[in-house]
Ligand binder design. Structure first.
Ligand SMILES: O=P(O)(O)OC[C@H]1O[C@H](OP(=O)(O)OP(=O)(O)O)[C@H](O)[C@@H]1O
Ligand SMILES: Nc1nc2[nH]cnc2c(=O)[nH]1
Ligand SMILES: [Mg+2]
Length: 161
């Protein structure tokens, strides 16, 4: 259960994805990228652009319904990636590591990289950019929208002397 939230903006996500791409450069070149849908799609697009990689495959793993974790089900296989040799797997984050474990099982020879990692899943990654506390829920830019907040002086719940 999350006790706090961390909001990631589009700018921050773009910076983090470019940093990951820079760290991946010496590990390449890659034959292709496998994006774990859906969260890995946008990071994979940014990284593919930076690494000049045109072959993008996807693997679809359904694990969460909003913040509720269930068992991981693969609903689309990464057929073009074979056993993963020469491929780079990209996801937005690892949390428990269940999704990463399932995808690594499908593509044992691929490199696994993601933007954010929580302690329980970090050992399943080859590379990540930022560690996030286990109890923090990351809010991605595609999950959020700016919201109007009334001024303090007009809020009914503001204490007045
Ligand atoms: O390490 P885990 O505990 O498995 O959690 C990490 C996974 O959870 C999220 O995906 P989600 O299942 O919410 O689907 P989505 O990418 O389609 O939003 C996230 O994008 C990772 O793929
Ligand atoms: N958006 C989001 N999805 C997740 N799936 C597992 N952990 C998380 C998280 O912290 N944020
Ligand atoms: Mg996902």
């Amino acid at each position: 259960m999350a006790t706090s939230y961390a909001t990631v903006t589009w700018d921050q996500l773009h910076r983090d994805a470019r940093q990951l791409a820079a760290e991946l450069m010496p590990r390449g070149p890659f034959r292709g990228i496998v994006a774990i849908t859906r969260g890995g799609l946008i990071p994979a697009a940014i990284i593919a652009r930076e690494l000049d990689c045109r072959l993008i495959e996807t693997v679809s793993v359904v694990t969460y319904d909003e913040e509720k974790q269930g068992s991981a089900t693969v609903i689309k296989q990464p057929e073009a990636a074979g056993d993963g040799e020469g491929f780079l797997i990209i996801d937005d984050l690892v949390d428990s590591g269940v999704t990463a474990q399932v995808v690594r099982g499908l593509l044992p020879k691929a490199l696994f990289a993601c933007l954010y990692a929580k302690p329980a899943g970090r050992s399943l990654t080859d590379l990540f950019v930022v560690e996030v506390p286990q109890e923090t829920w990351v809010l991605f830019p595609w999950d959020t929208a700016p919201l109007f907040i009334p001024p303090l002086a007009r809020r009914d719940d503001t204490p007045r002397s």
